[in-house]
Write a protein that binds this ligand. Structure first.
Ligand code: ZN
Length: 58
Protein backbone atom coordinates (compact mmCIF):
# COMPACT_ATOMS: atom_id res chain seq x y z
CA UNK A 1 0.00 0.00 0.00
CA UNK A 2 2.80 2.38 0.91
CA UNK A 3 4.30 1.53 -2.42
CA UNK A 4 1.48 3.17 -4.33
CA UNK A 5 0.95 6.87 -4.83
CA UNK A 6 -1.98 8.39 -2.94
CA UNK A 7 -2.62 10.83 -5.75
CA UNK A 8 -2.57 8.79 -8.90
CA UNK A 9 -2.22 5.17 -7.80
CA UNK A 10 1.01 4.62 -9.70
CA UNK A 11 3.50 2.27 -8.14
CA UNK A 12 6.32 4.10 -6.38
CA UNK A 13 9.93 3.36 -7.18
CA UNK A 14 12.48 4.07 -4.45
CA UNK A 15 9.79 6.10 -2.69
CA UNK A 16 9.01 8.27 -5.70
CA UNK A 17 5.88 8.19 -7.77
CA UNK A 18 6.93 8.10 -11.39
CA UNK A 19 3.67 9.81 -12.27
CA UNK A 20 3.51 12.83 -9.92
CA UNK A 21 7.19 12.94 -9.02
CA UNK A 22 8.74 12.01 -12.31
CA UNK A 23 11.27 14.84 -12.31
CA UNK A 24 12.33 14.18 -8.71
CA UNK A 25 12.66 10.49 -9.42
CA UNK A 26 14.79 11.06 -12.48
CA UNK A 27 16.93 13.77 -10.86
CA UNK A 28 17.55 12.06 -7.50
CA UNK A 29 17.30 8.36 -8.25
CA UNK A 30 17.87 7.63 -11.91
CA UNK A 31 20.57 10.12 -12.77
CA UNK A 32 21.81 12.01 -9.68
CA UNK A 33 25.08 12.86 -11.41
CA UNK A 34 23.50 14.33 -14.47
CA UNK A 35 23.20 18.10 -14.75
CA UNK A 36 19.63 18.94 -15.52
CA UNK A 37 18.28 22.29 -16.62
CA UNK A 38 17.23 24.77 -13.95
CA UNK A 39 13.48 24.54 -14.57
CA UNK A 40 13.75 20.78 -14.39
CA UNK A 41 15.57 20.88 -11.07
CA UNK A 42 13.12 23.45 -9.69
CA UNK A 43 10.31 21.08 -10.44
CA UNK A 44 12.23 18.18 -8.98
CA UNK A 45 12.91 20.07 -5.74
CA UNK A 46 9.29 21.17 -5.50
CA UNK A 47 8.22 17.56 -5.82
CA UNK A 48 10.82 16.55 -3.24
CA UNK A 49 9.50 19.15 -0.81
CA UNK A 50 5.89 18.10 -1.33
CA UNK A 51 6.95 14.50 -0.85
CA UNK A 52 8.54 15.21 2.53
CA UNK A 53 5.45 16.99 3.81
CA UNK A 54 3.80 13.59 3.86
CA UNK A 55 0.46 13.25 2.15
CA UNK A 56 -1.05 11.25 4.98
CA UNK A 57 -2.93 14.08 6.63
CA UNK A 58 -4.51 15.68 3.58
ZN1 ZN B 1 1.41 9.82 -8.30
Amino acid sequence: MANYCDNCGCRKLNGYCTGCEEEAYIAFVQAPDYEFSEPFMEKAWQQEKDRNKGGDHA
